[in-house]
Write a protein that binds this ligand. Structure first.
Ligand SMILES: Cc1cc2nc3c(=O)[nH]c(=O)nc-3n(C[C@H](O)[C@H](O)[C@H](O)COP(=O)(O)OP(=O)(O)OC[C@H]3O[C@@H](n4cnc5c(N)ncnc54)[C@H](O)[C@@H]3O)c2cc1C
Length: 329
């Protein structure tokens, strides 16, 4: 197993990681992005992005291609098929980042392993998950593509409630189903939902689950089952929005970096520092992330800027916004 020295190691080649790499490379730091698959992250799964400021519309692949090209222009290396399996802070101010093949020794690590939408696990979900086929996990991202259509929304938490209200601004009809007889979302959000439902666009069905998503090329219907009566029905719809949560890709960090109870990486929100000196976090894997392309990119850039403070003075890691000691780390 080779030991490789780098100025910066970025874990994950999604938008947050690539944005960080672009800045680090441009600042002439010897930078490597370790990506377990190929670069792009979740953006590879979307065909149209319409909410990245300054770009009216762009395909996911196209944006990734541009980002990768830009990163390489400024000299950062991207290593594909390099899954990071763990990291360990050393006593001499370096962090060791492990993959199956190598160990990287570096002063700065930027963690950007992202998150994954939790799947419902029903027949048809994977088939229609392909861009534009009708299954979506993000109301904020995809609501405009369902203008004047009828959609099914699934879930009972905050995101399900908020995104159902958001969908109702675009769709002709939104039917929200929940497997229990009461939502677990915050009370104030549920009250908003019930008020919005009175306008007639949102329909709510409790004690109801989706057992399959059906259609030929695109979603045409979903099979719904009432868990109390056991009765099933074919429900016609143009799209299915699945809001059953997200899982951060942070299992490999559980022994080294502080995570919250849901597995998101804890950080100081001003400077994106984790509890391990020299280890920053950016994008969808961090506590408090907005789970958007623009915010992931912003986080990546912020880490690349703040790391200069740390390299100038490692004591900065423990200082707060006004220079006072935070006790952080
Ligand atoms: C279908 C879909 C459509 C979307 N549409 C939009 C949209 O229109 N607008 C918008 O703003 N947002 C959209 N999003 C959300 C947006 O894609 C994410 O917010 C953004 O990609 C988060 O970037 P990230 O870099 O934090 O994480 P990710 O994109 O999740 O990237 C993380 C990367 O890290 C890699 N990785 C994970 N673990 C390891 C490891 N141990 N070692 C090495 N590499 C690892 C992964 O393979 C992945 O490439 C969409 C998401 C999806 C799924």
């Amino acid at each position: 197993m080779a030991e490789i020295k780098k100025d910066v190691v970025i874990v994950g080649g999604g938008p947050a990681g690539l944005a960080a790499a672009l800045y680090c490379g441009r600042h002439r730091h010897d930078t490597i992005v370790l990506e377990k698959m190929a670069p792009g992250g979740q953006i590879n799964l979307t065909d149209r992005i319409e909410n990245y400021p300054g770009i009216v519309q762009i395909g996911g692949f196209e944006l990734v291609e541009q980002l990768v090209k830009q990163v390489k222009t400024f000299g950062a290396e991207i290593k594909n098929s390099a899954e990071v399996t763990g990291l360990a802070p050393n006593k001499d101010g370096y962090v060791a980042v492990r993959t199956d093949d190598d160990v990287y020794r570096t002063k700065v690590v930027i963690l950007t392993p992202g998150s994954e939408y939790r799947k419902l696990g029903v027949p048809g979900e994977d088939k229609f998950r392909q861009a534009g086929s009708g299954v979506s996990y993000c109301g904020t991202c995809d609501a405009p593509f369902f203008r004047d259509r009828e959609v099914l929304a699934i879930g009972g938490g905050n995101v399900a409630v908020e995104d159902t209200i958001h969908l109702s601004r675009f769709c002709k009809k939104v039917t929200l189903i929940h497997r229990r007889n009461e939502f677990r979302a915050e009370k104030v959000l549920v009250e908003d939902l019930l008020t919005e439902a009175k306008k007639g666009v949102i329909d709510i069905r409790y004690d109801t689950i989706c057992t399959s998503i059906n259609g030929s090329d695109k979603v045409e219907s979903a099979t719904l089952k009432n868990v109390k009566t056991g009765k099933s029905e074919e429900f016609a719809c143009d799209g299915v929005f699945i809001f059953v949560g997200m899982d951060p890709n942070t299992g490999f960090l559980k022994d080294s970096v502080a995570l919250n109870e849901h597995g998101y990486i804890k950080c100081d929100p001003a400077y994106l520092r984790t509890n391990v000196p020299g280890v920053f976090v950016a994008g969808d894997c961090r506590e408090g992330a907005a789970m958007q392309l623009a915010t992931a990119i912003g986080d990546g850039v912020a880490c690349a800027m703040f790391m200069k403070e740390y390299l100038r003075d490692p004591g900065w890691w423990r200082r707060g916004i006004g220079g006072e000691m935070t006790g952080w780390a």
